[in-house]
Every structure is written in C-alpha cells, then in structure tokens.
Design a protein around this ligand. Structure first.
Ligand code: GLN
Length: 278
C-alpha cells in the first residue's frame, strides 16, 4: 500500500465508523507509524509502506474505529510542548490544563515547593519542573499504576520530581508553597453522557468527582491548609460551571483573594486562592 492509499483507507474507515476528526486521526496515525511529516506525505504520496507498517496501520485504524482514543494507540500526547506517554491508567492530558500550568508558572517564585495532587501522567508537575527548573516539585497519586506512568514520563523527559503514592494529602509530609491539582470533577451521573473514548477508555477514577462533582475539591480545599505554608497558594482546574461553588468552599476554608478564571471558550476553568492562616 502507498501512503496515499493507506490514508484513504484510514479516512474512509473512520468516517464510516462515525469518528470525529477522521481526517486528522487517519493522518496522525500514518505520521506516527511511518515517521512521515505532512510535507513528506505531499511530496511522496506514492511511497510504498513496508508490510509491517501497513499491518500496524490497519490494526490501529481498526482500534480507532472501535472508539479507542488515538492516544491509546500511539501512546503519546503532547502537553506544553513535551511528549507524554499515556495508557489506560491515566487521564490523557488536555489542552485546557496547559492554562493551569501557565498560571502556576506566572505566579510562582524561584525555588518554591510545589505539590501536584492527582498527578496521573505527571503532566502538570513534570511540565512545571521542565519550564522552571528551580521549583521543587512533588507529584502524588492514589494509583500505583498512574505513578508508574508518571515515573516513566519524568525519566524520559529528564524532570527531577519526587513521586509519592498518597490518597490526596494522606501520605504527604512537609510544607509546600503551592498545591496544584486537576482532580476528578465530573458528577457521577454525567459520566454516562461522555463520548465512548472517554467513558469507556479513560480511567473512571480520574473522571468521577462524586455525586455532585465536588467531592475531591471539598477534601483538597479543606485539607490543604495543613500542608500549605502561610500565604501558600492553591491552583485548581475546575469544571465549566463550578466556579461559584469553588469560590465559596475556598473562602470558607481560609483562602482569600480567590480568583476564578475562564478558558478560551469563556467557561470556568481555573480557581486560584491564597491561604491566610491567621
Ligand atoms: N493531573 C493529570 C492531568 O491533568 C490527571 C488528572 C486526573 O486524573 N484527574 O491530566
């Protein structure tokens, strides 16, 4: 099969299976398997693929037709310009979360101690360390399997971060200047309505925020004053309609100057507060 024939096969199969972005996914898979850029493809569309490339491409397209996320086939997702390994044990890093990382980068000072809670693939903590090496970063997760992925990413990307297995703050010792987290925040009943790629293939435990979606926020916000330094800051990714409630929970737990920021689509996305202990 030539590159062009493979692409056409991929595109048609994905379209028939009702996969959104059939064009992009058919191409990304080709790019991943044959190591070709768009330019290579357009210059040499009639280049023959090897038999093993052809077989891998067809298998990948079949999986994608069954709504397996492309990132579970290629095992990679770009985040903040870095390539993260992902599998079914971690949430696939989302573009929106990059805004959370940028906020922490903007508001942190050199040498600060940062804790990334519910780290999953490690994307937040690792990107922070790579972008601002003076930060001291710890990444924690309740899932051993997620920590294996985070460890793999930290090693591959050369980020020196400490990994801790912990149910939220349970096993966290020491004091931090910043806690950052993108915890699970989807109300349990709403998970049923998500697309198959997310609902079936991403870890339920990385999505499920309890009955009202606020279970993790309540715990993180009420427990973090024990771990945060005076005037320590909490940075949270939040759901599109969770800003008002989060602001109330943070204010009630001693956080002041709470700011809720909206994302590019004008939806609530990030909450930031400073702890005032006295
Ligand atoms: N911190 C990871 C991310 O932002 C995992 C988040 C999660 O599992 N809820 O992608």
């Amino acid at each position: 099969m030539t590159l062009k024939e493979a692409y056409e096969y991929g595109f048609c199969s994905l379209t028939q299976a009702d996969i959104e972005d059939a064009r992009t996914d058919a191409f990304l898979l080709l790019e991943y398997i044959c190591h070709v850029t768009k330019a290579d493809f357009f210059m040499e569309p009639d280049k023959e693929m090897s038999l093993s490339e052809e077989k891998t491409y067809i298998e990948g397209i079949k999986k994608r037709c069954e709504h397996v996320p492309l990132q579970h086939i290629t095992h990679e997702q770009e985040f903040m310009g870095y390539s993260f390994y992902v599998d079914e044990h971690v949430l696939i890093p989302r573009m929106e979360t990059e805004e959370l990382v940028l906020e922490v980068l903007n508001q942190s000072k050199d040498g600060m101690r940062v804790l990334d809670l519910c780290t999953g693939s490690g994307c937040i903590g690792i990107a922070l360390k790579l972008q601002k090496p003076s930060l001291q970063v710890a990444c924690s997760d309740i899932s051993k399997q997620a920590l294996v992925v985070a460890q793999r990413n930290a090693k591959a990307l050369g980020a020196e971060v400490t990994l801790v297995e912990s149910n939220l703050l349970e096993n966290i010792s020491g004091e931090f200047d910043i806690i950052v987290s993108n915890p699970p925040y989807i109300p349990t009943a709403d998970i049923e309505e998500l697309m198959t790629e997310v609902k079936v293939h991403e870890p339920f435990s990385a999505l499920d925020g309890g009955e009202d979606g606020f279970e993790f926020y309540r715990q993180i916000i009420s427990l973090s004053p024990r771990t945060l330094a005076e005037e320590g800051m909490l940075f949270l990714e939040i759901g599109y309609d969770q800003g008002d409630t989060i602001r109330d929970i943070m204010s009630f737990n001693g956080f002041c100057d709470v700011v809720v920021k909206k994302d590019l689509q004008q939806l609530d996305r990030i909450a930031i507060g400073k702890l005032m202990k006295s």
